[in-house]
Design a protein around this ligand. Structure first.
Ligand code: TYR
Length: 283
Protein backbone atom coordinates (compact mmCIF):
# COMPACT_ATOMS: atom_id res chain seq x y z
CA UNK A 1 0.00 0.00 0.00
CA UNK A 2 1.30 3.45 -0.88
CA UNK A 3 -0.78 5.47 1.52
CA UNK A 4 -2.74 4.60 4.66
CA UNK A 5 -4.81 7.11 6.64
CA UNK A 6 -5.51 6.45 10.32
CA UNK A 7 -8.19 8.25 12.33
CA UNK A 8 -7.11 7.96 15.97
CA UNK A 9 -3.39 7.39 16.50
CA UNK A 10 -3.60 5.88 19.99
CA UNK A 11 -2.89 2.33 21.17
CA UNK A 12 -4.89 0.65 18.37
CA UNK A 13 -4.29 2.97 15.41
CA UNK A 14 -0.69 3.64 16.42
CA UNK A 15 0.13 -0.05 16.81
CA UNK A 16 -1.39 -0.75 13.37
CA UNK A 17 0.84 1.97 11.91
CA UNK A 18 3.95 0.64 13.65
CA UNK A 19 3.25 -2.94 12.57
CA UNK A 20 2.67 -1.99 8.92
CA UNK A 21 5.88 0.04 8.90
CA UNK A 22 7.89 -2.76 10.46
CA UNK A 23 6.53 -5.20 7.84
CA UNK A 24 7.43 -2.78 5.04
CA UNK A 25 3.79 -2.95 3.96
CA UNK A 26 3.15 0.80 3.59
CA UNK A 27 4.69 3.94 2.08
CA UNK A 28 3.16 6.95 3.81
CA UNK A 29 0.95 6.99 6.91
CA UNK A 30 -1.25 10.03 7.48
CA UNK A 31 -2.66 10.58 10.98
CA UNK A 32 -6.00 12.25 11.59
CA UNK A 33 -7.87 12.84 14.85
CA UNK A 34 -9.46 15.16 17.40
CA UNK A 35 -6.39 15.68 19.53
CA UNK A 36 -3.68 17.85 18.02
CA UNK A 37 -1.37 16.83 20.90
CA UNK A 38 -1.76 13.10 20.15
CA UNK A 39 -1.12 13.65 16.44
CA UNK A 40 1.99 15.72 17.23
CA UNK A 41 3.22 13.03 19.62
CA UNK A 42 2.59 10.28 17.03
CA UNK A 43 4.64 12.30 14.53
CA UNK A 44 7.51 12.73 17.03
CA UNK A 45 7.49 9.00 17.77
CA UNK A 46 7.68 8.18 14.04
CA UNK A 47 4.33 6.39 14.13
CA UNK A 48 2.92 8.58 11.35
CA UNK A 49 4.69 10.48 8.57
CA UNK A 50 2.22 13.33 8.19
CA UNK A 51 -0.43 15.04 10.31
CA UNK A 52 -3.47 15.32 8.06
CA UNK A 53 -5.02 18.74 7.65
CA UNK A 54 -8.18 18.73 5.62
CA UNK A 55 -9.86 15.40 4.97
CA UNK A 56 -9.86 15.78 1.15
CA UNK A 57 -6.05 16.07 0.95
CA UNK A 58 -5.55 13.41 3.62
CA UNK A 59 -7.49 10.67 1.83
CA UNK A 60 -6.55 11.63 -1.76
CA UNK A 61 -4.96 8.56 -3.42
CA UNK A 62 -5.13 6.55 -0.18
CA UNK A 63 -5.33 2.76 -0.43
CA UNK A 64 -6.78 2.20 3.03
CA UNK A 65 -8.40 4.28 5.77
CA UNK A 66 -8.57 2.84 9.31
CA UNK A 67 -10.96 4.25 11.90
CA UNK A 68 -9.45 3.67 15.35
CA UNK A 69 -11.41 6.22 17.42
CA UNK A 70 -14.07 5.46 20.11
CA UNK A 71 -17.01 3.78 18.32
CA UNK A 72 -19.48 6.68 18.68
CA UNK A 73 -17.31 8.57 16.18
CA UNK A 74 -17.64 5.97 13.40
CA UNK A 75 -20.79 7.56 11.92
CA UNK A 76 -19.53 11.17 11.97
CA UNK A 77 -16.14 10.22 10.49
CA UNK A 78 -17.75 8.16 7.70
CA UNK A 79 -20.06 11.06 6.92
CA UNK A 80 -17.07 13.39 6.60
CA UNK A 81 -15.30 10.82 4.40
CA UNK A 82 -18.19 10.17 2.02
CA UNK A 83 -17.59 12.95 -0.56
CA UNK A 84 -13.90 11.99 -0.80
CA UNK A 85 -14.24 8.23 -1.35
CA UNK A 86 -13.37 7.32 -4.90
CA UNK A 87 -13.91 3.82 -6.27
CA UNK A 88 -10.51 2.64 -5.00
CA UNK A 89 -10.27 3.71 -1.35
CA UNK A 90 -11.17 1.00 1.17
CA UNK A 91 -12.27 2.03 4.66
CA UNK A 92 -12.15 -0.26 7.67
CA UNK A 93 -12.42 0.15 11.43
CA UNK A 94 -11.08 -1.38 14.64
CA UNK A 95 -14.17 -0.90 16.79
CA UNK A 96 -15.26 -3.44 19.44
CA UNK A 97 -18.92 -3.45 18.25
CA UNK A 98 -19.99 -4.33 14.72
CA UNK A 99 -23.80 -4.08 14.18
CA UNK A 100 -23.66 -0.36 14.96
CA UNK A 101 -20.73 0.09 12.56
CA UNK A 102 -22.63 -1.61 9.71
CA UNK A 103 -25.69 0.54 10.41
CA UNK A 104 -23.57 3.71 10.58
CA UNK A 105 -21.93 2.85 7.24
CA UNK A 106 -25.31 2.41 5.53
CA UNK A 107 -26.61 5.71 6.91
CA UNK A 108 -23.44 7.76 6.41
CA UNK A 109 -22.20 6.28 3.12
CA UNK A 110 -25.48 5.37 1.39
CA UNK A 111 -24.64 3.80 -2.00
CA UNK A 112 -20.95 3.82 -1.01
CA UNK A 113 -21.51 1.59 2.07
CA UNK A 114 -19.67 -1.21 0.27
CA UNK A 115 -16.42 0.78 0.58
CA UNK A 116 -16.50 0.03 4.34
CA UNK A 117 -15.24 -3.36 5.56
CA UNK A 118 -15.91 -3.65 9.33
CA UNK A 119 -13.20 -5.24 11.48
CA UNK A 120 -12.23 -5.83 15.12
CA UNK A 121 -8.72 -6.70 16.32
CA UNK A 122 -8.96 -8.78 19.50
CA UNK A 123 -5.99 -7.15 21.09
CA UNK A 124 -5.31 -4.29 23.41
CA UNK A 125 -4.44 -3.40 26.93
CA UNK A 126 -5.51 -0.94 29.55
CA UNK A 127 -3.12 1.84 28.52
CA UNK A 128 -3.98 4.18 25.65
CA UNK A 129 -2.52 6.98 23.54
CA UNK A 130 0.35 7.02 21.01
CA UNK A 131 2.97 6.26 23.67
CA UNK A 132 1.26 2.91 24.31
CA UNK A 133 1.48 1.86 20.63
CA UNK A 134 3.77 -1.12 19.92
CA UNK A 135 4.55 -2.93 16.63
CA UNK A 136 3.74 -6.43 17.89
CA UNK A 137 0.37 -5.74 19.54
CA UNK A 138 -1.40 -7.83 16.86
CA UNK A 139 1.15 -10.63 16.48
CA UNK A 140 -0.64 -13.98 16.82
CA UNK A 141 -3.91 -12.19 17.74
CA UNK A 142 -7.28 -12.65 16.04
CA UNK A 143 -8.90 -10.00 13.89
CA UNK A 144 -12.61 -10.59 13.29
CA UNK A 145 -13.97 -9.22 10.01
CA UNK A 146 -17.75 -8.87 9.66
CA UNK A 147 -18.16 -8.08 5.94
CA UNK A 148 -21.28 -6.35 4.63
CA UNK A 149 -23.35 -7.93 1.85
CA UNK A 150 -22.38 -4.84 -0.18
CA UNK A 151 -18.61 -5.48 0.14
CA UNK A 152 -16.48 -6.52 -2.82
CA UNK A 153 -14.46 -9.62 -1.89
CA UNK A 154 -11.27 -7.95 -3.18
CA UNK A 155 -11.71 -5.12 -0.64
CA UNK A 156 -12.28 -7.60 2.19
CA UNK A 157 -9.08 -9.35 1.08
CA UNK A 158 -7.14 -6.05 1.10
CA UNK A 159 -8.15 -5.43 4.73
CA UNK A 160 -7.34 -9.05 5.66
CA UNK A 161 -3.91 -8.75 4.02
CA UNK A 162 -3.12 -5.54 5.93
CA UNK A 163 -3.91 -7.26 9.25
CA UNK A 164 -1.94 -10.37 8.24
CA UNK A 165 1.03 -8.09 7.58
CA UNK A 166 0.70 -7.04 11.25
CA UNK A 167 0.95 -10.72 12.25
CA UNK A 168 -2.78 -11.23 12.93
CA UNK A 169 -5.01 -14.22 12.16
CA UNK A 170 -8.24 -13.46 10.30
CA UNK A 171 -11.64 -14.81 11.41
CA UNK A 172 -15.03 -14.00 9.90
CA UNK A 173 -18.37 -13.67 11.71
CA UNK A 174 -21.63 -11.89 11.02
CA UNK A 175 -22.03 -8.61 12.91
CA UNK A 176 -24.83 -10.14 15.02
CA UNK A 177 -22.77 -13.19 15.98
CA UNK A 178 -19.83 -10.94 16.77
CA UNK A 179 -21.80 -8.63 19.05
CA UNK A 180 -23.32 -11.54 21.02
CA UNK A 181 -19.95 -13.21 21.50
CA UNK A 182 -18.17 -10.03 22.61
CA UNK A 183 -21.02 -8.92 24.88
CA UNK A 184 -20.33 -12.13 26.83
CA UNK A 185 -16.53 -12.34 26.81
CA UNK A 186 -15.45 -8.70 26.66
CA UNK A 187 -18.14 -6.07 27.23
CA UNK A 188 -19.73 -7.70 30.31
CA UNK A 189 -16.34 -8.42 31.95
CA UNK A 190 -15.29 -4.79 31.50
CA UNK A 191 -18.60 -3.54 32.95
CA UNK A 192 -18.18 -5.90 35.93
CA UNK A 193 -14.61 -4.80 36.58
CA UNK A 194 -15.61 -1.13 36.50
CA UNK A 195 -18.57 -1.89 38.81
CA UNK A 196 -16.47 -3.71 41.39
CA UNK A 197 -13.61 -1.21 41.48
CA UNK A 198 -16.05 1.74 41.64
CA UNK A 199 -17.93 0.05 44.49
CA UNK A 200 -14.79 -0.52 46.57
CA UNK A 201 -13.54 3.00 45.78
CA UNK A 202 -16.72 4.47 47.33
CA UNK A 203 -16.35 2.63 50.63
CA UNK A 204 -15.08 4.44 53.72
CA UNK A 205 -11.31 3.96 54.06
CA UNK A 206 -11.06 3.07 50.35
CA UNK A 207 -7.38 3.97 50.42
CA UNK A 208 -6.70 1.38 53.09
CA UNK A 209 -8.70 -1.22 51.19
CA UNK A 210 -6.73 -0.61 47.98
CA UNK A 211 -3.45 -0.88 49.93
CA UNK A 212 -4.33 -4.45 50.81
CA UNK A 213 -5.37 -5.39 47.26
CA UNK A 214 -3.76 -8.70 46.38
CA UNK A 215 -3.55 -10.15 42.91
CA UNK A 216 -7.26 -11.03 42.47
CA UNK A 217 -8.56 -7.48 42.97
CA UNK A 218 -5.50 -6.10 41.17
CA UNK A 219 -6.52 -8.01 38.03
CA UNK A 220 -9.92 -6.29 38.17
CA UNK A 221 -8.26 -2.88 38.56
CA UNK A 222 -6.16 -3.53 35.44
CA UNK A 223 -9.32 -3.88 33.35
CA UNK A 224 -10.90 -0.89 35.15
CA UNK A 225 -7.85 1.13 34.06
CA UNK A 226 -9.14 1.09 30.44
CA UNK A 227 -10.41 4.22 28.67
CA UNK A 228 -13.79 5.29 30.17
CA UNK A 229 -14.85 7.05 26.96
CA UNK A 230 -14.09 4.00 24.85
CA UNK A 231 -16.09 1.72 27.17
CA UNK A 232 -19.01 4.15 27.47
CA UNK A 233 -19.33 4.06 23.68
CA UNK A 234 -18.99 0.25 23.48
CA UNK A 235 -21.59 -0.30 26.23
CA UNK A 236 -24.17 1.90 24.50
CA UNK A 237 -23.37 0.61 21.00
CA UNK A 238 -23.96 -3.00 22.11
CA UNK A 239 -26.73 -2.16 24.60
CA UNK A 240 -29.19 -4.97 23.75
CA UNK A 241 -26.69 -7.85 23.79
CA UNK A 242 -24.98 -6.44 26.88
CA UNK A 243 -28.30 -6.19 28.76
CA UNK A 244 -29.02 -9.85 27.93
CA UNK A 245 -25.64 -10.94 29.33
CA UNK A 246 -25.99 -8.67 32.37
CA UNK A 247 -29.42 -10.15 33.21
CA UNK A 248 -28.03 -13.69 32.99
CA UNK A 249 -25.12 -12.69 35.20
CA UNK A 250 -27.41 -11.05 37.79
CA UNK A 251 -29.46 -14.29 37.93
CA UNK A 252 -26.22 -16.21 38.53
CA UNK A 253 -25.29 -13.81 41.34
CA UNK A 254 -28.78 -14.22 42.87
CA UNK A 255 -28.35 -18.03 42.86
CA UNK A 256 -24.94 -17.75 44.48
CA UNK A 257 -26.21 -15.27 47.04
CA UNK A 258 -28.89 -17.79 48.05
CA UNK A 259 -26.27 -20.55 48.31
CA UNK A 260 -24.08 -18.35 50.48
CA UNK A 261 -26.97 -17.28 52.72
CA UNK A 262 -28.03 -20.93 53.15
CA UNK A 263 -24.47 -22.03 53.94
CA UNK A 264 -24.63 -24.29 50.85
CA UNK A 265 -20.91 -25.07 50.51
CA UNK A 266 -21.48 -27.88 48.03
CA UNK A 267 -23.46 -25.55 45.76
CA UNK A 268 -20.78 -22.87 45.83
CA UNK A 269 -18.01 -25.41 45.29
CA UNK A 270 -19.85 -26.77 42.24
CA UNK A 271 -19.90 -23.28 40.66
CA UNK A 272 -16.23 -22.64 41.48
CA UNK A 273 -15.23 -26.10 40.21
CA UNK A 274 -17.14 -25.77 36.97
CA UNK A 275 -15.55 -22.37 36.32
CA UNK A 276 -12.07 -23.69 36.99
CA UNK A 277 -12.62 -26.67 34.68
CA UNK A 278 -13.80 -24.35 31.89
CA UNK A 279 -10.59 -22.34 32.20
CA UNK A 280 -8.43 -25.50 32.16
CA UNK A 281 -10.25 -26.81 29.08
CA UNK A 282 -10.47 -23.69 26.94
CA UNK A 283 -7.97 -21.02 27.96
N1 TYR B 1 -9.05 -4.46 27.31
C1 TYR B 1 -8.69 -5.78 26.91
C2 TYR B 1 -7.55 -6.21 27.84
O1 TYR B 1 -6.90 -5.37 28.39
C3 TYR B 1 -8.27 -5.79 25.46
C4 TYR B 1 -9.37 -5.56 24.49
C5 TYR B 1 -10.25 -4.50 24.61
C6 TYR B 1 -9.55 -6.40 23.40
C7 TYR B 1 -11.27 -4.30 23.69
C8 TYR B 1 -10.57 -6.22 22.49
C9 TYR B 1 -11.43 -5.16 22.65
O2 TYR B 1 -12.46 -4.97 21.78
O3 TYR B 1 -7.33 -7.38 28.02
Amino acid sequence: MNKVVIFGVGLIGGSFARALKEAGAVGTIVGMGRSRASLQRALELGIIDVVGDDIATAVKDADLVLLAAPVAQTGPILEALRPHLDARIVVTDAGSTKSDAAAAARVALGDKAGRFVPGHPIAGRESNGPDAAIPDLYRGKKVVLTPLAENDERDVELVAAAWRACGAIIHRLTAEEHDKVFAAVSHLPHLLAYALVDDIAHKPHAELLFQYAASGFRDFTRIAGSSPEMWRDISLANQAALLTELDAYMAQLARMRAQLAAGDGAGLQAVYGNAREARERWI
